[in-house]
Design a protein around this ligand. Structure first.
Ligand code: NAD
Length: 295
């Protein structure tokens, strides 16, 4: 099958690579041409624009930072929908909001193209190993038709319901995981300031009810002062913001989530947006005067 991929950053490059390794013909585009170098030297075709990718492909995937990027790549000049698309399908793998998806899908449908939301969870390691969870919303028949391609990207491909359902599942997941990151930083700072060794705290909590995925990243991240992304703090701030916006739009009170959002914004304001999301703990380290590191 001819597959197009737009946005080959930390996540997209691995997902595209796995689709190509599954035997599909790949055409790629990224606003930073160099991001696609490895894929192109491995046999992928470079498209000069999203339109070029669409012309070459039956199914198109996007993995872009923010809703506005997905909107621009879809609806903008030279974008996916700026030409003939009838009979093709478009899966957005980015973490976006359901209202952006609904807007783009309406424009796609008018031109005979199917569009589904299909955000992913599992990080760059999951992207590389093709063990991602993919949360798909939209037309079930289209989902089933292209599921064999999605199976090359993730090991947990799930149909979540109508259009936007995948986006909502993903936003809720990230709100939970990223909130855990903030409470963990407060909890560990108080334990370490009292005098317990961070590794001992980690071991105790690992065997207890406070164990979370966010904490399992500590040995390779916070404990060793390694904030190399992976998943950038800027994108984490975006995701918590998508959740609080969704809450506002539905008039759901979310006091705690809004406090969590402020902590990620504080991390951005320190200039740490391009660091790993786990760098949010540094805000609490500064405030508490304690570093959560193992020797
Ligand atoms: P990234 O910034 O590394 O990659 C995004 C890519 O899109 C970049 O290469 C960028 O150059 C490109 N891009 C931006 N605007 C573009 C445009 N207008 N046209 C073409 N290309 C454009 O981000 P990422 O970490 O790969 O994340 C991608 C998406 O996946 C985000 O929505 C993120 O929230 C989500 N996500 C990330 C992770 C993770 O661990 N990194 C995990 C799950 C989901």
């Amino acid at each position: 099958m001819k597959v197009g991929f737009i946005g080959v950053g930390y996540m997209g490059r691995h997902m595209a690579q796995n689709v190509a390794a599954g035997g599909h013909d790949l055409t790629v585009f990224d606003i930073r041409k160099e991001a696609a170098d490895e894929l192109v030297s491995g046999g992928a075709t470079w498209g000069n624009s999203p339109r070029d990718v669409v012309n070459d492909s039956e199914v198109i995937f996007t993995s872009l930072p923010r809703p506005e990027n997905v909107e621009e790549v879809s609806l903008g000049e030279g974008g996916i929908l700026n030409g003939a698309v009838s009979g093709k399908a478009f899966f957005d793998l980015s973490t976006t909001d359901p209202s952006t998806i609904v807007r783009i899908e309406a424009a796609a449908r008018e031109k005979g193209m199917a569009m589904l939301d299909a955000p992913v969870s599992g990080g760059t390691v999951g992207a590389e190993k093709a063990t991602l969870c993919i949360m798909v919303g939209g037309d079930k028949a289209v989902y089933e038709k292209y599921k064999p391609v999605l199976d090359l990207i993730g090991s947990e491909v799930m149909y979540c319901g109508g259009l936007g359902s995948g986006a909502v599942c993903k936003i809720i997941n990230n709100l939970i995981g990223l909130s855990a990151g903030v409470i963990l930083s407060e909890a560990f700072s108080v334990g370490v300031k009292w005098g317990v060794d961070p590794q001992t705290l980690f071991d105790a909590v690992s065997k207890s009810s406070g164990n979370t995925t966010a904490m399992r990243g500590f040995p390779d991240g916070l404990f060793s002062g390694n904030f190399e992304p992976g998943f950038q703090l800027d994108l984490a701030a975006k995701d918590v913001g998508l959740a609080t916006e969704l809450g506002r739009s539905l008039r759901v009170p979310m006091e705690v989530s809004n406090i969590v959002q402020q902590r990620y914004i504080a991390g951005q304001n320190r200039g740490w947006g391009r660091l790993a999301a786990g760098a949010v703990a540094r805000v609490q380290e500064e405030r508490s005067g304690v570093e959560i590191r193992t020797s």
